[in-house]
Each structure stands twice: as C-alpha cells, then as structure tokens.
Design a protein around this ligand. Structure first.
Ligand code: OOG
Ligand code: MG
Length: 262
C-alpha cells in the first residue's frame, strides 16, 4: 500500500459524495500517481463500509471491462471488480431519475445468480456453471464519477467501477440449458438497436468473468456468496442515455428486460 488510512478514507468520502450528489471529479491518480492496486480496492472497500454503516445491503457483485469492445472504448486491458448494493437495484421496467446521475450509460450484460458460493484461486468456467442457479438478462447503468468518463484502471476501481444502477429480469434459465457463448444479445434505445453481440464477447465465455471475480476475491481471502447476482460485464460498448429514453435488452432464450430514464 502506498497511501495511508486517512488518505484512503478521505478519497472514499469524496468519491461517494460525488456519487450521492451527482457531481463529477478529477481522477484519483491525478493527485495520487503512486496509488497501487491494494489502495484502489481499499478505497472501494471503504465506500462499501460507509454504505453498510448506513444500512445498505450487498446484493451482488460485478465484473467490468471484460469484453474487448469495453476495453477498447475505455483504453484499458484488464477486468475490474466492484460491488452492488440494494439501492442500485431498479425494478424490471422501472424508472431511473437522470438528475440523480452524472452522465449515465447503459450496457447489456449476462447476469448469473449463484446457488453455491464460489471461491478462488483455481476457479474455472466449469465450477462457475456448477455453482450457478440461473442466468438472466441484465442492464447495467454505469456512471463514472470522473469527468468525461476518463480514467485509468486504479481510479475506476477506487470508484467502484462506475457502478450506479442495474436491472435484471426476463426469463431465468439454467446455464446448462443454453450455450452462453453463442447467445445473441440485442439492446435497443427507444426502439432503435444500439448494440448487438454474443456472449463470447465477454472473455470468450461469460462464466470466465465470474471465475475471474472468484479468483480475484480468493486472493483477498473472500468468496462470492451463494445467492449473489453477478454482472459479468458489458457485452458491447456502453450507450449514453438521457431523460425520456427507454432501454430494452433482449437475450436469446432469456427474454427481455427494460428500464426507462426520466
Ligand atoms: C467501467 C465499468 C465497466 C463493464 O461492464 O464493462 C463495466 C466503466 O466503463 O466506466 O461495468
Ligand atoms: Mg458493467
């Protein structure tokens, strides 16, 4: 660790306030270029601790930057991991208030719900499929707290990987019943297609993103708890949204899920 405890606490407070007050900021590494990976995750952990102390509940976890489209869009090369709390969750067909957010974007994702915990190291696609109860479509609303969505990996990790809102729904299917690599993914905004892809865009197989998350947590002595919803990462580039937009995601065999922005 390169940063001391009080610096980490101050950064977490600042980033969380930006989230809660919908204001943007410069990226953390501008002021703290020496920040290392442990510092970045420590800031994220401290944001979680602040939320838990106010009564939030963790409902899931997310992997991000797991497709080449996303890595290219954000000019980075490795996946990142974050948490999802109950206040991020939007009801199927629900409405997100744009004024609560800075510059939201939506991305189509395949969500996993686990029936058994998953622990790394050594977690692999087979273990993920065996521990998964079902998969279903999910739209993640990301909202980087950094100006113009410009960041490096450590800054985005500190910012809980831009996590903001998410919705899951559609038809839950056992992972054995579908080929997650060839599942077609179509996202529409106001009835116009804005993104198409297939499951394999996520690390060759979306379960590989869940395995990477379990391995990441395993290095820190943690696991993915049973019952967690895990967002495996945007299949395509994210699309900007504004008030009045209606976004729907259809995934082959898994039905559709939608949300609206007001
Ligand atoms: C980082 C979060 C990326 C995904 O699914 O790739 C992410 C960002 O692009 O702001 O959630
Ligand atoms: Mg995402």
């Amino acid at each position: 660790m390169a940063l001391d405890k009080s610096t980490i606490a101050a950064l977490a407070e600042h980033l969380e306030n930006c989230e809660l007050q919908a204001r943007d900021t410069t990226k953390v590494t501008d002021e703290h270029p020496g920040m290392d990976w442990d510092d970045a995750y420590a800031v994220q952990d401290e944001i979680l601790r602040r939320k838990l102390s106010r009564g939030a509940r963790v409902v899931g976890l997310k992997a991000g930057l797991t497709s080449h489209a996303k890595m290219k869009q954000m000019s980075v090369e490795t996946p990142v991991f974050g948490f999802l709390v109950d206040s991020f969750s939007v009801a199927e067909g629900g409405t997100v208030q744009i004024k609560e957010l800075i510059h939201p974007k939506v991305e189509p994702e395949i969500a996993f719900v686990l029936k058994r915990p998953l622990k790394g190291p050594g977690c692999h696609i087979g273990a993920v499929l065996a521990a998964t109860d079902f998969v279903l479509p999910g739209i993640e609303v990301i909202d980087s707290r950094y100006r113009d969505f410009k960041f490096d990996l450590k800054s985005v990790v500190a910012d809980n990987t831009s996590a903001s809102r998410f919705v899951v729904g559609g038809r839950a299917m056992r992972p054995q019943e579908v080929d997650l690599r060839t599942l077609g993914v179509v996202m529409e905004k106001n009835g116009q297609m804005v993104a198409i892809g297939a499951g394999a865009a996520v690390l060759g197989h979306p379960a590989a993103a869940v395995a990477a998350l379990a391995n990441h947590l395993g290095r820190r002595g943690q696991e993915i708890p049973a019952g967690s919803v895990v967002l495996s990462g945007g299949v395509t580039e994210a699309a900007s949204v504004e008030a009045g937009d209606h976004v729907s995601l259809r995934i082959q065999h898994l039905g559709s899920v939608s949300l609206r922005f007001a």
